[in-house]
Design a protein around this ligand. Structure first.
Ligand code: ADP
Ligand code: MG
Length: 247
C-alpha cells in the first residue's frame, strides 16, 4: 500500500482552477520532488495534503485512511489522526519568535501530551543534535541564520514522529551559501528512509535524492518519473520547455 495516494484532486479559488486533476502516489521511504513554474499549484497541492486547504473534489488517502474521499472529508477525529502523521516545513520557517529553539520543538508535543516531559526533553535534545544545533537550544530564532532556522523547523517537524515530511521550497528563502546545510539534513533523512515530498527549485538536489519527480504546470501533474528519465529525456513539451528555462 502506498503511504499517500492522491486521485482526481481538484481545488479552485473562486473562478481560478488551481488544481485540475491531480493524481500521484508516494510509496513508503520514497522521496518525491515536485518541480514546476511559480503559480503552477505546488504549494496548494502540498497544503491540501495536510488540510491547510480544503479540496473541492477527488481523494487523499494516507496509509489506507481517507482524509477526503470523492470530495467528502472525514470526520474531525479522523482528520486529526491523519494530519498528525504528516509534518510540514515551510519556505519561511514559521518558527515562534517569542519561544526559544528548544521551546519551539517542545510546544506541540507537550500540548498533545502523547509523551512525558522527560521523553519530550530527550527527543528535542536528540533532534537538535541530529540537525547540528545542540548549542542553540536556548537561543531565540532571531539570533539564528536562515539555514539554522530551517534546520530548527525540520527538527520541530520531526518531534511528532511523522510518517511523512512535506517541504515547501525549504531553501528558497535562504542565501545561496546556506542552502547546502539544509539540503544536507534532508539528504540524511532520505538515507534514513524518511518518506518525503519536497517542492524545490534545486534541480541538482532533486536529481540526486528523489526517487520520483513530479513536474507540475498550470494545476496539473504534466509528467512524473524517476529523475534520470525526467531530467534527461522528458516526454512532454511543457516539461522540456520548463527545464530549458532553468537548466
Ligand atoms: P506555486 O506554489 O506552484 O507557486 P500556488 O499553489 O502558490 O503555486 O498558487 C497557485 C495559484 O493559486 C496561483 O495562481 C495563486 O495566485 C493562486 N492562489 C494560491 N493561494 C490562493 C488563495 N489563498 N486565494 C486565491 N488564490 C490563490
Ligand atoms: Mg509555492
Amino acid at each position: 500500500m502506498s503511504l499517500i495516494q492522491v486521485s482526481q484532486m481538484k481545488k479552485s479559488f473562486g473562478s481560478l482552477d488551481v488544481l485540475k486533476n491531480i493524481n500521484f502516489e508516494v510509496e513508503r521511504s520514497q522521496v518525491v520532488a515536485v518541480i514546476g513554474p511559480s503559480g503552477s499549484g505546488k504549494s496548494t497541492m502540498l497544503r491540501s495534503l495536510v488540510h491547510l486547504e480544503q479540496i473541492d473534489g477527488g481523494s487523499i488517502c494516507v496509509e489506507g485512511d481517507y482524509l477526503a474521499k470523492d470530495g467528502v472529508y472525514a470526520n474531525h477525529q479522523t482528520l486529526k489522526r491523519i494530519t498528525s502523521k504528516m509534518g510540514m516545513v515551510f519556505q519561511h520557517f514559521n518558527l515562534f519568535p517569542h519561544f526559544t529553539v528548544k521551546e519551539n520543538l517542545e510546544l506541540a508535543p507537550k500540548y498533545v501530551k502523547r509523551a512525558s516531559a522527560g521523553e519530550i526533553r530527550h527527543k528535542s535534545a536528540d533532534l537538535l543534535e541530529k540537525v547540528g544545533l545542540s548549542d542553540k537550544a536556548n537561543e531565540y530564532p532571531s539570533r539564528l541564520s536562515g539555514g539554522q532556522k530551517q534546520r530548527v523547523a525540520i527538527a520541530r517537524a520531526l518531534m511528532m514522529s511523522p510518517a511523512i515530511l512535506l517541504f515547501d521550497e525549504p531553501t528558497s528563502a535562504l542565501d545561496p551559501e546556506l542552502t547546502g546545510e539544509v539540503l544536507q539534513v534532508i539528504k540524511q533523512l532520505a538515507e534514513e528512509n524518511m518518506t518525503m515530498v519536497v517542492v524545490t527549485h534545486e534541480m541538482g538536489f532533486a536529481r540526486e535524492v528523489a526517487d520520483q519527480v513530479l513536474f507540475m504546470d498550470d494545476g496539473e501533474v504534466v509528467e512524473a518519473g524517476p529523475p534520470q528519465q525526467l531530467f534527461t529525456n522528458p516526454q512532454h513539451k511543457r516539461t522540456q520547455a520548463f527545464l530549458n528555462t532553468i537548466l
